[in-house]
Design a protein around this ligand. Structure first.
Ligand code: IFM
Length: 442
């Protein structure tokens, strides 16, 4: 593997997944707390009430980052921690927490990459319709301004929204994530609002943070046809539209993909499609979260005319996601050709859940996760050698945490967390990552 000397090596987390809800520190409720407390929504009814207790243990966690040798850390701000009702009165303790976290990172030589929205919408905004309310871009801009004014002197790397596809589809179409709605029209309205909110936040960041580097993070899942049959090829094209182009095209072309607009038809009624040009505000990088691929076959009865085909015999993670690193290499080259040109790409998440053994002799042996990382970093280094402008990589995740509707059962960390004692233990994958970073910097 060959990475440039100035490569950005990081790990990533998000607020609701690690911090703990800490109402005693003035944080307001969010849609995930509400969703998780609703019976039947999350495995074992688990919530992020304590999670990794990171709000109180952040210094220990920054020390872990330091021990790994990373030069960057991607975290998210909990909107209801700083604005408990989403708008209006601020929570000084919440702002102070992020200020202390940023100072601790900088003191340890670690560059903060701040994500403004990683799914924990203030509950009071959801009561007003949340992402389907047309005021969302303005609310998001107000919240962005608060954060840039508070941290913009020290934080120069800003990510607006994490995985708008999940916000729209998991949260508003299939109802498996907060806020748990199941309505195609609401889902596409929510997606539209994430585009507009991204554009609005980019303008605020530009105006308030001199020298800012800013962009969005999209989860991209390459689609492959199950066979050479032209119908399967079309199924893959539609899946690509649904999973990838609906989010890439607004940001890079300022418009929605025409084939999908036609396919969605009246689902889009009530959305002013031309407004999406606001999402094309120039970015400094594209954040990409990559986990797996989809293999698609034609199904005229499926909502998007395609359905996934499980690749029997291929390796899969504990999430049931196929391990297919070649898709990462191909995705980077496609983005380079069709979207970003030479604009930097940051892999803002990549990683895998597996069932791990308990710690033994001070380490957790996780050979499958270590191999997943090795294969994907290898794929990335091949893409870079062919000209893809990949400038950084953030392992998902620094530590085991609250995996949304899967609760604590699915562990993505390179650091093991004992959720009873909050003891952190490095896994073998973390040691491998540390060594790789050291070689890369050498
Ligand atoms: O844990 C999530 C993260 O919050 C967003 N991207 C995918 C990860 C694994 O499911």
């Amino acid at each position: 593997m060959d990475f440039p000397k100035d490569f950005i090596w990081g790990t990533a987390t998000s607020s609701y997944q690690i911090e703990g809800e800490t109402p005693e520190a003035g944080r307001g409720d969010c849609i995930w707390g509400h969703f998780a407390r609703t019976p039947g929504k999350v495995v074992n009814g688990e919530t992020g009430a304590v999670a990794c207790d990171h709000y109180y243990r952040y210094k220990e966690d920054v020390a872990l980052l330091k021990s790994l040798g990373v030069n960057a850390y991607r975290f998210s701000v909990s909107w209801p921690r700083v604005l408990p009702l989403g708008l209006g009165a601020t929570n000084a303790a919440g702002l102070d927490f992020y200020s202390r976290l940023v100072d601790e990172l900088l003191a340890n030589g670690i560059t903060p990459y701040l994500t403004l929205y990683h799914w924990d919408l203030p509950w009071s905004l959801q009561e007003l319709g949340g992402w389907t309310n047309k005021d969302m871009p303005a609310w998001f801009a107000e919240y962005t301004g608060l954060m840039t004014r508070t941290l913009g002197d020290r934080v120069k790397h800003w990510i607006t929204i994490n995985e708008p596809w999940c916000v729209a589809h998991l949260g508003h179409l299939w109802g498996v994530h907060a806020p748990g709605l199941r309505d195609p029209k609401l889902a596409y309205m929510a997606a539209h609002q994430t585009h507009l909110a991204h554009g609005a936040a980019m303008r605020v960041i530009r105006e308030t943070v001199p020298g800012a580097q800013a962009g969005i993070t999209l989860n991209l899942t390459p689609a492959y046809p199950a066979s050479d049959d032209p119908q399967d090829v079309l199924a893959a094209q539609y899946d690509d539209g649904f999973s990838n182009r609906w989010f890439l095209d607004p940001v890079f072309k300022g418009k929605y993909p025409a084939d999908m607009v036609e396919l969605l038809g009246e689902v889009l009624d009530g959305i002013d499609l031309d407004e999406v040009s606001a999402a094309a505000a120039p970015q400094d990088f594209l954040g990409v979260n990559f986990y797996s691929r989809g293999v698609k076959k034609w199904n005229p009865d499926a909502p998007f005319r395609n359905e996934g085909v499980k690749q029997e015999g291929a390796p899969h993670t504990a999430m049931g996601w196929e391990v297919y690193p070649q898709a990462l290499e191909e995705l980077m080259l496609r983005l380079h050709r069709e979207y970003v040109g030479d604009l930097p790409i940051l892999i803002t998440e990549n990683g895998a859940a597996y069932i791990d053994p308990e710690p033994s002799n001070g380490v957790v042996e996780d050979p499958q996760r270590a191999e997943y990382y090795r294969l994907h970093l290898d794929a990335l280094s091949r893409a870079i050698a062919q000209g893809a402008p990949v400038k950084g990589y953030f392992a998902w995740s620094l530590m085991d945490n609250y995996e949304w509707a899967e609760g604590y059962a699915k562990r993505f960390g390179i650091v093991h967390v004992d959720f009873e004692t909050q003891q952190r233990t490095l896994k073998r994958s973390a040691l491998q990552y540390r060594d790789l970073i050291a070689q890369g910097k050498a």
